[in-house]
Design a protein around this ligand. Sequence first.
Ligand SMILES: [Fe+2]
Ligand SMILES: [Fe+2]
Length: 252
Amino acid sequence: MSVITQEPTRAAIDEAVAGLAASVHTSEALDNEFYTRWLSGPLPYPEVRVFAEQFLARTVNTSVMVALSVLHTADLHARVECVKNLYSEYGNGDPAKAHLTLLESFLSDLLTRLKGAPVTAEEIRAAAPLPTTAAFSAGQRELFTSDDQRTVQGALLAQEHLAYSMLTRLYEGVRNYKGVYASDDEFHEACEYFYIHIGEAEKDHKAQAVTSTAAVCRDERDLEVVTGSFRRFLDLTAGYWRGVAQEMRARR
Ligand SMILES: [Fe+2]
Ligand SMILES: [Fe+2]
């Protein structure tokens, strides 16, 4: 007697991946003490400094992770989506618009204004990562260098879906410091890092990650592996923000 197991259809896989991606909104990775504090109003300089140092320490690896997702994903269609994401991280061919460059100049400029004395990007970069930030980076690298492309894609799906909501929240908090800029125009010019992400980049990355994840899934087992890695990335992110919130509390 043969048992015929029915494989999920392409549409069912796409739907499952999209549903998984949407689950970021109810996770502690996005709903946590850090965001509540960040959005509550202008914070004292030492707390903003903690955020800037740890956010840079975490984000410094993002483009490299996308590059690793290209190398560690065998499926051609999935790879092509990752390459588009990587190209955008590096400023669509313009080094001056590389996302990390935009972030560094935003952070050093904001801290300089809040402190009333120069704070360079090098100084922010030189800060030691908290143990929770280091744990995030180590866990992230482990997922993105897995020899199982489903693990890599699960992590990428989480990273890119968290990114859009993370950046809208961070930007809403940044608006609390609008008063330290000479004019509205100056403030908006300084915020290019956020506008690039909210307006286009992260929207594309979200869609690209859904496409690339679905491309490596053929059956229920594939979806299970993707889900495990996706959840692990959410847990790592929640731990990262818990560490930042705790350190900010300590500096109050
Ligand atoms: Fe980016
Ligand atoms: Fe992204």
